[in-house]
Design a protein around this ligand. Sequence first.
Ligand code: FMN
Ligand code: SF4
Length: 443
Amino acid sequence: MYTIPHLVLPQVKDLHRIDVYTSNGGYDQIRKVLSGMSPDDVINEVKASGLRGRGGACFSTGLKWSFMPKSNDKVKYLAINGDESEPGSFKDRQILEYNPHQLIEGILIAGYAMGITKAFIYIRGEYHKWVRCAEDAVKEAYAKGFIGEGMKSAFGTSFSMDIIVHKGAGAYVCGEETSLMNSIEGERAYPRFKPPFPANKGLWGCPTTINNVETLAAVPPILAIGSDAYSKIGAAKHPGTLLFGLSGHINKPGVYELPTGIPLRDVIYDIGGGIPGGKKIKAIIPGGSSMPPIHPDEVDRVLMDNESLKEFGSYIGTAGVMVMDEDTDLVKVLLRLAHFYHHESCGQCTPCREGCGWMEKILKRMVKGDATTHDVDLLFSVASNIEGNTICALGEGAAWPVKGFLKKFRSEFESRVKPSREFFSLNVVHGKESTRNQLILTQ
Ligand SMILES: Cc1cc2nc3c(=O)[nH]c(=O)nc-3n(C[C@H](O)[C@H](O)[C@H](O)COP(=O)(O)O)c2cc1C
Ligand code: SF4
């Protein structure tokens, strides 16, 4: 079957303890980097590995790092995104709990590569357990001299970096990178306009890189096995391993580290143990709630990497695979999602603020049986008017599932509406006897 390299979540007991991590080769890669590689060597190695961000947008990590200015005129920052608030995404917390030192090592390597001396690990405030996991690991690493001034003697280097664990403000939008920066600065978590991009003007106006927890935890193994070997794991255009979060109607839900490009069918049946009660699949969301769904007729052909999913009108997102069986009411599913996005919209942009509310209202009408035929097209039109017209991608996150479900499961929505009997058009009739406006009923 597959060789599954456990690069991000190795199966080692108590790996979250620094002594266990170091006795399994932990912190060897930062030592190697500091003793013989230039910052550009590191960036080129990460670029060559083909690593792409695991936070949803799938952007090349090495390329992102190369955008940071080389000069040290200003302080440079790294923000590590552990907000993880999208429905269906629950994989970063596994790293914080089971392998936090690999994340810290990845942060130090990224810091050295970009000349960054301060990093913030941003974790959603309500995730007390994982905030504690991160704080404990950071404390242990400081005590060993692996973070901060101690690095100079521990690794015989002039480079040092500080890491601060920052509790988030408890909203989905805080995970959007510019909103996250406002939140760290103590401001309201409103997304910022781009440009300027964070590499030019980020935290407190200084150059900043934002990376997802899983992205940075993947860096030490890349240096350990080499970019060439890493680039050969999984799909060529989106290589490596991904932490797939399986949820919904599946026998063995959980987080599994698997190579990119694995067939969706294998993820569901071989890894996830199939659908409870042997039921059929009705729909699958492949990468967290913002991603358009996969139709059951497509399941046998879908490979789980970003480029392959594009052929089916979707994306890998955060690799949160949500499975829905044949008894699922997709109209109710979409209503639940629309409610989430409406609730989480920060309200800055009219299309997102109003559009998310309208989508929720239309879907509520459909669920109650009060919707009419034109509501199906109206729903699609509202979603289309949000997409591409907002400051941040929460708008797309709200619109894509709506458009995707309507494209692939239209009949399910049509079966929930009544004919548009009361569709009026206003016609002004100037009769001899009367100049009163009359409403002419048209179909
Ligand atoms: C509404 C919204 C929420 C987001 N939430 C997260 C999140 O919780 N974690 C994350 O890593 N990225 C999240 N992102 C994506 C980030 O903006 C950013 O692309 C990512 O952190 C970059 O890291 P990467 O290049 O390592 O993937 C979110 C984006 C949007 C629009
Ligand atoms: S798209 Fe929505 S969440 Fe993003 S800035 Fe605009 S209103 Fe706020």
